[in-house]
Design a protein around this ligand. Structure first.
Ligand code: F6P
Ligand code: MG
Length: 441
């Protein structure tokens, strides 16, 4: 196999990786510390003095972590026993083995960015599980929930739209179905702008009705393989025998508005019979501020169900029923919160890889998934996506992502150059998006 390029890293001064490690990550830690502080009285009411002690302990562990980071100290092993501790510590040893003798230990600014950023979120989790009885506290929960509440108007507009489509679905011809599929895919794409790690946890909710902006946003889609998704799923629908299945996997990203857009898409896939079952994957622990956990998933469906708005609560009720009847399956796997690139999944998590192989299509939402799909490496812009996947081909797959890292492959010659000169930050602001497909033609 051809050699893969070097990893993105904080070594490159001025790069987005460098700025993330230098500024954004410490800000995220500071916000986590503030959040714990603000919940002080709640911890006391729930657990008495033990709650107060735990809050102090968690804060001191996070402050220590922030100091290690800001002074570029060596990356230290995990001490608290958790399901993935051994795999993590082995990975740390592996990073050590990549260094020369004189290099010392892996450090924040000199190691691959993907590794240190994942490590930081895993250390936050360690600080919390080391602080019972508040060891199941999610320091990001509040901002995730706030994002959902602040997006209410858009959520209502989206639910109303979905219900109109579903009611008329029997009457839609193939072309109308295709148009609707494309519409909901694009809504799910732009929903990915709402991640909270880019803003260090400050809310990035969806205040305007995105359905009305799709035409304007279309030129910002740099790679657009929507048609291939349609051909694949429509073909599955047409050739499917009675009682057989079409499984679409959605590897979820952010909770809040983005999750609503993903669930709306998933609802449409079932209602239109483009798929017969949807498997969602979320994160086992709080991750990259806004990523979806099982708690977020259940909470959001419950909120929808309880809403006073007719169509919003109808969506919530339908979605709960999908889960109860097994047409929607929520799963998690520890692999998604490891630092590994996806090309090693078949060795590190063969059970997960085997599960993904059963899918007819896998949709990977968001920027972090893209970084892991492509190994977070300094690929040239024109390298084919298939090559950057570096052997990761469990099933036909598509990345649906707004660009928030200095990484993009599969562009046409000259395409990147159009932006490089005029928009220096085109790769990192979330303004542009892609639907990038890999699979048989
Ligand atoms: O902070 C690093 C980063 O991976 C960015 O590249 C991106 O802004 C964010 O975290 C995660 O984005 P997403 O929620 O789309 O995976
Ligand atoms: Mg995310």
């Amino acid at each position: 196999m051809a050699r893969t390029p070097a990893s993105l890293s904080g070594q490159d001064e001025g790069s987005f990786a460098y700025l993330t490690i230098k500024d954004r990550i410490p800000q995220i830690l500071t916000r986590a510390i503030d959040t714990l502080h603000r919940h002080k009285s709640e911890f006391f009411e729930k657990h008495g003095e033990k709650g107060t002690e735990a809050e102090k302990k968690a804060i001191s562990l996070l402050s220590k972590l922030r100091n290690e980071l800001q002074t570029d100290k060596p990356i230290i092993p995990f001490v608290e026993k958790f399901v993935d501790t051994d795999i993590w510590n082995q990975y740390l040893e592996y990073q050590q083995s990549l260094l020369n003798e004189n290099d010392g230990k892996p450090r924040w600014f000199y190691s691959p960015w993907l590794f240190v950023e994942c490590y930081m979120y895993r250390r936050i989790h360690e600080a919390i599980i080391q602080s019972p009885p508040i060891d199941d506290f999610d320091v990001f929960k509040e901002s995730k929930d706030q994002n959902f509440f602040e997006s209410q108007e858009s959520v209502i507009a989206l639910c109303t739209h979905l219900q109109e489509v579903v009611r008329a679905i029997e009457d839609l011809d193939e072309n109308q179905l295709r148009e609707e599929f494309f519409r909901l895919l694009q809504i799910s794409l732009w929903g990915n702008k709402c991640d909270l790690s880019l803003s260090s946890g400050e809310t990035r909710s969806q205040k305007t009705n995105v359905i009305n902006s799709l035409e304007e946003l279309k030129p910002l889609i740099l790679v657009n393989d929507m048609e291939r998704l349609w051909l694949l799923l429509n073909n599955c629908k047409k050739t499917r025998e009675k009682a057989s299945i079409t499984r679409v996997v959605i590897v979820l990203d952010n909770s809040g508005f983005e999750l609503v857009t993903d669930l709306v898409l998933a609802d449409f896939l079932l209602s239109s019979q483009l798929a017969t079952e949807i498997h969602f994957y979320g994160k086992t622990i709080p991750w990259f501020v806004s990523d979806t956990t099982i708690r977020d998933f259940n909470w959001l469906i419950e909120q929808m169900k309880m809403s006073n708005h007719k169509w919003m609560s109808k969506c919530g009720a339908d979605w709960e029923a999908y889960v109860k009847t097994g047409r929607w399956v929520y799963r998690d796997h520890i692999f998604w919160t490891l630092p590994h690139e996806f090309c090693v999944m078949s060795q590190v998590a063969p059970d997960l890889y085997a599960e993904l192989q059963k899918a007819h299509l896998i949709l990977f939402k968001g920027d972090l998934n893209y970084r892991k799909l492509t190994g977070d490496r300094k690929w040239e812009f024109t390298v084919p996506f298939h090559q950057a996947l570096n052997g990761f081909h469990p099933a036909p797959l598509c990345s649906i992502r707004t660009l928030k890292a200095e990484l993009q492959v599969g562009l046409k010659p000259g395409q990147a150059e159009q932006y490089v000169a005029s928009e220096p930050n085109w790769l990192t602001t979330g303004k542009y998006g892609i639907f990038q497909f890999d699979g048989p033609l």
